[in-house]
Design a protein around this ligand. Structure first.
Ligand code: ZN
Length: 505
């Protein structure tokens, strides 16, 4: 906290007494003091936080880059978490001979000189990458770790996994041209698979009873696998749901501590509210299989001989084959096999490994590689064994189709499975599904697709034939509206200083 006042000490010539403002409720491990004659760079963030970057006077110029990205990342996180940074100031300081990479003390982040200082004349691009990665990581901790602390060391992965994922969000915000979310796959996901493919790996969440065990868990499983499964969660829940769940979680537990089940509960609530998870499925059910057991499953995708369909299976054969390119699923498969680099036939590991696997796919007809939300809900919605009653199927479909990320997916599913859905409802068409999936269509491609659908499905459309005509007309009128207004609105927004781009549905 900032100094409240400095007063000379009575009867002690040359001594001063500093009094600081009262801290917010916090963990003791986050308290730090620094006494130095360092120089600093100063800025005020948009959130009105006094931000200083400190280093030895002789190398202060090398702190410029860290000081440029730090305040911007702090502002970005406050928006991302929908929770402002709670202290009036933040200092970051480069310390020579610092034993760890950096430490996220609340409001006074300490770094080793090599990870905070950057000199464009002599440093390499990878040095620059690490400066922003470290700054973003430690600033992410100001929320994940500092504002909400794990209840016990067992849940330390919530700190480190989150900071390791969120650091990429922070980097992306200040260095968008680096495309760091793509680097994530190489640096975190693929690399940690090598740590997790041995018998002696350990679950992300692990019992901790002795101080020695604390040191041991600060490893790649905690950091990299933790961040990787958080990324998976972001993808299957969708970005909006993920952020909303994080925000209510941070708000509910701020200045306090929590464990992973608390986070699962908040994310589940957000997902059920937005209908990105079926009502009978929780985040805990899925994520416990990734945090409480080690390893990861073997998944096989086999293309059919004619190349028009694929089958997905897990483990030692006998998996579930699925028809056409519409692979399912987020389901718990009967036989699963943990991937091991070398199998030890004498292993005494009798654990029955099973994972919930969110799966999505794309094909030539819909080459949308940014769509990562799992397709499970659709597959489950029109299947009598899914646990979702017939009366609720349309609601599940509507929830997916009503969501920006889900719309393309819903339409693609509908086009391919119309006959199956038609039969499922006893030979009755469901016009509402068409109008929901197509309601925001506004491009030439959309129009072509809806017209092709009408052509292909002629006889099976029955009661939906009028709806398909309406969808065609509506698409045409949306296209006309876009043609008339798109450029004007874009120009107006740009004039007003927004970089927002209008997006076709
Ligand atoms: Zn950390």
């Amino acid at each position: 906290m900032p100094i409240k006042e400095t007063i000379p000490m009575e009867q002690q010539q040359g001594w001063l007494w500093d009094q600081y403002q009262t801290t917010v409720p916090m963990s003791t491990y986050l308290l730090a003091f620094v006494i130095s004659d360092f120089g600093y760079l100063k800025a005020t963030t948009k959130g009105d936080v006094l931000f200083k970057t400190w280093a030895k006077e002789s190398v202060l110029y090398q702190a410029t880059y860290a000081h440029q990205v730090g305040p911007a990342i702090l502002d970005h996180f406050a928006v991302y978490f929908n929770q402002s940074y709670p202290l009036p100031k933040l200092d970051q300081i480069a310390v020579a001979g610092f034993p760890a990479g950096a430490m996220e003390n609340w409001g006074l982040v300490t770094y080793g000189e090599p990870v905070l200082l950057y000199d464009s004349a002599v440093s390499t691009p990878i040095n620059k990458f690490y400066v922003v990665a470290f700054v973003a990581h430690e600033l992410a901790h100001q929320w994940f770790g500092n504002l909400v602390t794990p209840r016990w060391w067992t849940d330390i992965w919530l700190n480190e996994g989150f900071a390791s994922y969120i650091e990429f969000i922070g980097m992306q915000s200040v260095e968008p041209s680096w495309k760091v979310m793509e680097l994530f796959l190489d640096l975190k996901l693929q690399s940690v698979m090598h740590n997790d493919d041995v018998q002696s790996s350990h679950p992300v969440r692990i019992e901790v009873n002795h101080p020695n065990e604390i040191t041991q868990i600060f490893d790649r499983i905690t950091y990299s696998k933790g961040s990787t499964i958080i990324r998976m969660m972001n993808h299957f829940l969708t970005e909006a749901v993920f952020r909303h769940g994080l925000s209510t979680y941070l708000d509910a537990f701020k200045y306090n501590n929590a464990e992973q089940d608390d986070l699962w509960r908040h994310l589940t609530e957000a997902a059920h509210e937005a209908c990105t998870l079926p009502a009978n499925l929780t985040v805990k059910t899925i994520m416990d299989t990734w945090t409480l057991q080690m390893g990861y499953p073997v998944i096989k995708v086999e293309r059919s001989a004619d190349g028009t369909s694929a089958a997905v299976s897990q483990g030692g054969g006998g998996g579930q084959a699925v028809s056409s390119l519409h692979l399912t699923s987020l389901s718990r498969w009967p036989r699963q096999e943990r991937f091991l680099l070398v199998k030890d036939d004498n292993s005494d590991d009798t654990h029955d490994y099973k994972w919930w696997v969110p799966l999505t796919y794309t094909g030539q007809d819909q080459p949308d590689f940014s769509q990562t939300q799992t397709k499970v809900y659709l597959s489950m919605a029109f299947n009598g064994k899914s646990g979702i009653g017939k009366q609720d199927s349309s609601r599940v479909f509507t929830a997916v189709a009503g969501n920006d990320a889900g719309r393309t997916l819903a339409w693609s599913y509908l086009r391919t499975n119309w006959k199956r859905i038609y039969d499922y409802f006893g030979g009755k068409a469901k016009p509402g599904l068409i109008s929901t999936a197509t309601k925001d269509f506004n491009t030439e491609q959309h129009l072509k697709e809806v017209m092709a659908f009408k052509e292909e499905r002629g006889a099976e459309l029955s009661a939906a034939s009028r709806t398909i005509d309406q969808a065609i007309e509506k698409t045409k009128s949306n296209m006309a509206w876009m043609k008339r207004n798109h450029n004007t609105i874009t120009a107006w927004l740009q004039n007003e200083g927004y970089t927002v781009h209008l997006k076709s549905a």
